[in-house]
Design a binder for this molecule. Sequence first.
Ligand code: EPU
Length: 424
Amino acid sequence: MDKFRIKGGKALRGTVAISGAKNSALPVMAAALLTAEKVTLHNIPKVRDLITMSKLLAFMHANVSVTEFPSSHYVIEAPKLNHAEAPYELVKTMRASVLTLGPLMARVGMARVSLPGGCAIGARPVDLHLKALEQMGAEIGTSHGYIEARALKGRLKGAHIVFEKITVTGTENILMAAALADGETVLENAAREPEVTDLVVMLRKMGAQIEGDGTPTLRIRGVEKLHGTEHTVIPDRIEAGTFLVAGAITAGDLTITHCAPEHLGAVRAKLEQAGAHVEIVNETTMRVRGAKKLVGADVATEEYPGFATDMQAQFMALATQAEGTSVITEKIFENRFLHASEMIRMGANISIDGHTAVVHGPAQLSGTTVQASDLRASAGLVLAGLVANGEMLIERVYHIDRGYERIVEKLRGVGADIERVHGA
Ligand code: EPU
């Protein structure tokens, strides 16, 4: 298993180009199952989860070919889907495999998808996805750890669905299912994340009739057939946010290109509150400069456009370096503070009470061996390592490889002392 070795203390300076959004690429790849025609996707980041999604589509007998220019281009063709199954072997490595459920139900009227178990950050059930599909006329059972779903008369029908809780992949699954359903679906309390909107943009190009993207109410009029298309996924706002924090925490000066500043409003506001200087240079470029002194800022994670739970660990690393108290409240997942105990081992002053972490700073962190527990926790630990005294070793970095493209190379490019230690 690979590890990262980091020697902290370098101010990061220079330019970093942001890759395509993993959480956009996943649903748009799944959406390629909705048509027999060719779908070409650009700006797909080179990260492990997208390799897993390719394997999953191939398992269902779709053809997936990948060409690499500066970023990956995928061509997906699913002329026949005669294996509507997401097997446990793939689902256990990537919960987002459940994103194939909606498209399979829409295209072939049946699906067998392994139930994703809990994961490090919480139980993460998919009950809301299933309930909504049932409202659309699916008969759903579970057997031997698999969701077995079948549309009555072979085609889902439109329904009025109100999500009890906002769910990102749930919204995406129902959007895809409803695109080919018989009649109109109204989805209330839908997620408004930019990745949901990106999926809507792509589905529209395929011929879907959808209104309301970016609002909590989506209206989808099902069509008989969708066709092929070409689509470029949006920039990864979490990768961009992570680099903004990297610039701020190291008192550096980073220019972040190929990003979407309009998706980073909440992160920008919190960084400025903490004393960092964040500038929107143009439509795709931001610049961050660290302050001599960072100050504590409270953060509560929320659905978009609120502060993303996927940025909470990175912000906690920043809070350890800020003067005063930062109260960090995690409102989306029940167990997303595993990075805190590793930061405490590095010398951070953090106390946890349920969903709230209270961070007193600044603390001089010292390098030690730490364990990455999930994707974003790993990013938080990398950021902590960038300001720690001495050498830091992060184990289980396969978590970070799931969602950050060439993070070691990108950080080295702006002056970080970080290396990957292979298979140690
Ligand atoms: N929930 C339910 N029932 C459901 C679905 C969700 O109770 O049927 C709960 C979850 O347990 C959670 C909350 O609702 O407490 C929100 O979960 P959501 O469904 O929105 O999360 P997700 O769709 O599984 C996506 C991202 C996550 C990101 C969350 C929240 C993808 C592939 N994943 O997950 O990204 O944290 O939304 O923004 O889009 C990551 O990239 O590291 C990551 C974990």
